[in-house]
Design a protein around this ligand. Structure first.
Ligand code: PEP
Ligand code: MG
Length: 591
């Protein structure tokens, strides 16, 4: 890379636009030093294993870099070339280099791999620092980035804290987990960019919910970032410009002003119903990850909460929340909605959504946690935890209209068992005088694994409603990890396989006479909404910030035309044609 740390020239880094918006502010890099790096002694008999563990981390890092290299090669221009050079340099550092040999020697002497990496990096960086050569000084960032990658492959990072961040900062980090993002105060954090992560992961969802612009999957990021320098982050285009020129600042200020103007005109739709031009009424609701978003949902005209991701109650804490604590948190949401319906999903922990509070007792170090003890499977295994949550939810049902939603259902039996458990808990609450006699709230299932979609006809007989989770449905159907930047380009909710599963679910819901909504990120994409409506969906739930745009789109739509567009799309097996049909339809209608 031609840019040196002493160089004030602009550097443009490209990544995945994960949460829209433009922010211009000071850079706040979260140093790799924040990683918790364990340090312990390895007995003589275990050293070969430790060396093996280190080799696996190196192999993993080389693989990740090779994939990034491929991805960046597909991008045009000098940025691709510069980042490509940088990644080549990183691979060289990991291939039989002095750095690797130094780390191996430390492990051989009895130091654990993480600490050996830390010391090896520190030694070489120190030597480079002692040489007053701008070129070598520039390589220190590279060495540190390589070290972080290795340590990331060896350990899990602890939760960072963002309280001390200067107002309006752009946080730059190798990775930000969903729990990290939940700690961000939108009044303080202007935006964030990371090396790891994909647009449909929970970090991205959290950023969109909080309205914090974000760019994920940016290679070469830490190299270009210097604390306090000015940067422009464009979460819509997926770009971050460090040390921008005056002309770039002026251009992005103008873009930002246009965006704000656009949002203000959409905000005027708040009081209007989501009616198509020919009078079909669509219900628009908000998803919330954190209680603070209830205000946002209301401000954007949500008709209710279509999805409460209850994971927030378990994040960033060391003890499990009691029934009363959960009741209070949920009651605040239901009360704030003032009689509008609230759909509360039971705990969806596991996979990428692992909260620290579970780590010691329930940690899942299996190779495929997303296919493991996640969501309802976790709840059915840990029934005491589930019973506590259900009791809190049932008590909240006395305060307003709620529905209970079960995540990651894959067969009818799970629903039957859960229904029985919920009824038992209701009876016990009534018997102990903590709940007045009342019917159970509607119990629905998330349709988010292909098995559930394909068994939707049978599930329709045991569920009161369906909520299609297109985020996981896409991930599990296409075998693409939604949070993995390496395969982000293959993540595609418009893949014909995903669309057929949605169609099957909608038809099964109609046959069973139960409501079907979509609550995955697809629901908040105004370009895709005509297709969903055309397939027969009449309720959508999304990040509150997406509501005005989606409502604007619905009000410009004719439902007959949307149906014909959906029919044309469903007869296609060619993914590229699907995009063309949808784009043409949107262009024509918006004309
Ligand atoms: C989904 O999978 O589409 C969904 C809404 O659930 P989550 O994003 O919380 O997994
Ligand atoms: Mg899901």
């Amino acid at each position: 890379m031609k840019t040196r740390p002493s160089d004030k020239s602009p550097v443009i880094c490209e990544g995945i636009g994960a949460a829209p918006g433009i922010v211009i502010g000071p850079v706040f890099p979260v140093a790799p030093g924040r990683l918790h790096i364990p340090r312990y002694e390895i007995s003589r008999t275990k050293r070969a294993d430790e060396l093996q563990r280190f080799s696996a981390a190196v192999a993993g890092a080389l693989e990740q870099i090779a994939l990034l290299r491929q991805e960046i090669a597909a991008k045009a221009g000098s940025v691709a070339e510069e980042v490509g050079d940088l990644l080549d340099a990183h691979s060289q550092m990991l291939s039989g280099s002095r750095l690797v040999r130094g780390i191996e020697a430390r492990i051989d002497e009895g130091l654990n791999a993480e600490a050996a990496v830390e010391d090896g990096i520190a030694e070489i960086a120190g030597q480079y620092r002692a040489i007053t050569d701008v070129y070598l000084a520039g390589r220190i960032d590279d060495i540190q980035e390589v070290g972080t990658r290795l340590i990331r492959n060896l350990v899990q990072a602890p939760m960072p804290r963002y309280g001390g961040v200067p107002k309006g900062s752009i946080i730059v980090a190798d990775e930000i987990t969903p729990s990290d993002a939940a700690l961000m105060d939108p009044a303080l954090v202007g935006g964030f960019a990371t090396i790891l992560g994909g647009a449909e992961g929970h970090t991205a969802i959290m950023a969109r919910s909080l309205g914090i612009p974000a760019v994920l999957g940016v290679s070469g990021l830490l190299k270009a970032a210097r604390r306090g320098d000015l940067a422009i982050l464009d979460g819509t285009e997926g770009r971050i410009i460090f040390r921008p020129t005056d002309a770039e600042i002026a251009e992005y200020r103008a873009r930002h002003a246009r965006q704000v103007e656009n949002e203000q005109s959409l905000a005027r739709l708040r009081e209007l119903p989501a009616l198509t031009r020919d009078g079909t009424r669509i219900s628009l609701k908000a998803n919330i990850e954190l209680p603070v978003e209830v205000g946002l949902a209301d401000a954007h005209g949500a008709e209710g909460i279509g999805l409460v991701r209850t994971e927030f109650m378990f994040m960033n804490r060391e003890t499990l929340p009691s029934e009363d604590e959960q009741f209070e948190a949920l009651a605040a949401i239901v009360n704030a909605m003032g009689g509008k319906p609230v759909t509360i999903r039971t705990l969806d922990i596991g996979g990428e959504k692992f909260a620290d509070v579970f780590e010691a007792d329930y940690g899942d170090d299996s190779a495929n946690p997303a296919l493991g003890l996640r969501a309802i499977r976790f709840s059915l295994r840990h029934r005491d935890l589930f019973a506590t949550q259900v009791a809190a939810i049932l008590r909240v049902s006395a305060l307003g209209p709620i529905r209970i939603l079960l995540p990651m259902i894959s067969n009818v039996e799970e629903v039957k068992v859960v229904r029985r458990l919920i009824e038992e808990i209701r009876v016990a609450l009534v018997a102990s005088g903590r709940l007045e006699e009342r019917p159970l709230p509607p119990i629905g299932v998330m349709i988010e694994v292909p098995a559930a979609a394909l068994a939707a006809d049978a599930l329709g007989r045991v569920a009161d409603f369906f909520s299609i989770g297109t985020n996981d449905l896409t991930m599990y159907t296409l075998a693409i990890d939604r949070a993995n930047d390496q395969v982000a380009t293959l993540y595609d909710p418009l893949h014909p396989a995903v669309l057929r599963l949605i169609q099957f679910t909608v038809n099964a819901g109609a046959a069973a006479g139960i409501p079907v909504n979509v609550c995955g990120e697809m629901a908040g994409d105004a370009r895709i909404v005509p297709l969903l409506l055309g397939l027969g969906i009449e309720e959508l739930s999304m990040s509150a910030s997406a509501l005005p745009r989606v409502k604007g789109r619905i009000r410009s739509l004719d439902s007959g035309a949307a149906k014909r567009c959906a029919e044309a799309i469903m007869s296609q097996s060619d993914r590229a044609r699907i995009s063309v049909i949808l784009a043409d339809f949107n262009e024509m209608a918006l004309g």
